[in-house]
Design a binder for this molecule. Structure first.
Ligand code: 5GP
Ligand code: MN
Length: 346
């Protein structure tokens, strides 16, 4: 295994130059932000702030409690001026689909003078090529083979030649830890360890970050997990694992929708399971689905069929409908994929 270097260095350089030349920047990431989305946003935002730029840290949803420890979280806002001040560069992190930015996406895109996308998700329709979001000045740096958007941010800050402070290092380390699943996912490689080591050398504290991310759950969350675990089911000789959370479970436990981080891992870890599904219905009729796989099954492709997306081994989508309906459609589609793969093997 060798270290992965940035691909398409020309586009990366264009992104670096565009960021360098901008005095006013609006940073944003996907709704329901996770450690990579927020760590990337705050890491880049703090570097820009330290360089004297006018930076707005915008996310539509509030940061979950478990991520409030990230340095710079106090700068996060969920409202921005309309119209945006002149010559605002919009930087989109860990996301390349406008609807994933949230309700303000369209007008932010229209009002920004320049857009820079730094992401690692497989893209559905390239942002800049989509007629709905086409923008005359858009630099799109998307590297699906890299484990975290935080890694791209580290390349960008290094490209800018700016210092990596302890606060920046902490954010980017949290980003990498989150998206590699603590260095367990298939995206973990030598570069992930090298970058993490580099960030630790710049002041990130692995024990402190791991504690804040994974030893900091509310009691309500654990109660919810208890209820959800009772729903475990397996299908297709154990190859498909399912878990479900109902509005009633949220009510009984007092947990919130942010409290379900890695519940899907509780079925993925079963020895026979290839595809893991967690169906979450926080409000009746509003369903969000997390999909995971272990080896050959491309869950990003499956999620796309429901208007979502993600990565080969981790993806998701949201949909209106009942959990039972969505479960049925999903199982049928997964069963069909298994049949196809079994026929191909025969
Ligand atoms: P999770 O299951 O943890 O919410 O998401 C797993 C992965 O799929 C993450 O990389 C996340 O960004 C992506 N993902 C989850 N939901 C959606 C969605 O609705 N659309 C897209 N494009 N990606 C999603
Ligand atoms: Mn990510």
């Amino acid at each position: 295994m060798t270290e992965i270097l940035p691909k398409d260095t020309k586009t990366l350089k264009a992104a670096v130059d565009a960021i360098n030349a901008s005095d006013r920047l609006l940073l944003t990431c996907h709704v329901k932000p996770d450690g990579d989305a927020l760590g990337s946003l705050l890491g880049l935002g703090l570097a820009l702030k330290d360089a004297g730029k006018d930076v707005t840290f915008f996310i539509e949803d509030p940061a979950p409690d478990t991520l409030q420890f990230l340095p710079g979280a106090q700068y996060l806002v969920n409202e921005v001026a309309n119209p945006l001040p002149e010559k605002t560069t919009l930087v989109v992190l860990d996301c390349n689909e406008p609807h994933r930015i949230g309700k303000q996406a369209q007008r932010l895109i229209e009002q920004a003078s320049l857009i820079v996308i730094l992401d690692h998700h497989l893209s559905q329709i390239p942002f800049c090529a989509d007629p709905k979001t086409k923008h005359p000045h858009c630099i799109s740096y998307i590297f699906p083979d890299i484990f975290a958007a935080g890694a791209i941010v580290l390349w960008v800050i290094k490209g800018l030649g700016w210092p990596i402070t302890e606060d920046i290092a902490t954010n980017l380390y949290a980003a990498i830890l989150s998206d590699t699943g603590c260095f367990r996912h298939s995206n973990t490689n030598e570069t992930a360890f090298r970058m993490a080591g580099d960030l630790v050398a710049h002041g990130a504290n692995p024990y402190a970050v791991a504690n804040k991310l994974y030893q900091n759950y509310s009691l309500c969350r654990q109660h919810l997990l208890g209820l959800v675990l009772r729903t475990i089911e397996v299908k297709r000789q154990g190859k498909i694992g399912l878990l479900q959370a109902t509005p009633e479970m949220f009510r009984i436990s007092g947990a919130t929708e942010h409290d379900t981080d890695d519940f899907v891992g509780c079925v993925r870890c079963i020895d026979t399971v290839e595809v893991a599904i967690f169906i979450k219905e926080v409000y009746a009729g509003q369903v969000s689905v997390s999909l995971r796989s272990k080896s050959f099954f491309n869950v990003a492709k499956l999620a796309k069929e429901f208007g979502g997306g993600g990565h080969f081994h981790a993806a998701g989508f949201r949909k209106t409908g009942t959990a039972a309906e969505i479960r049925e459609i999903l199982l049928n589609k997964i069963n069909a994929c298994f049949k196809d793969s079994e026929t191909a093997d025969a």
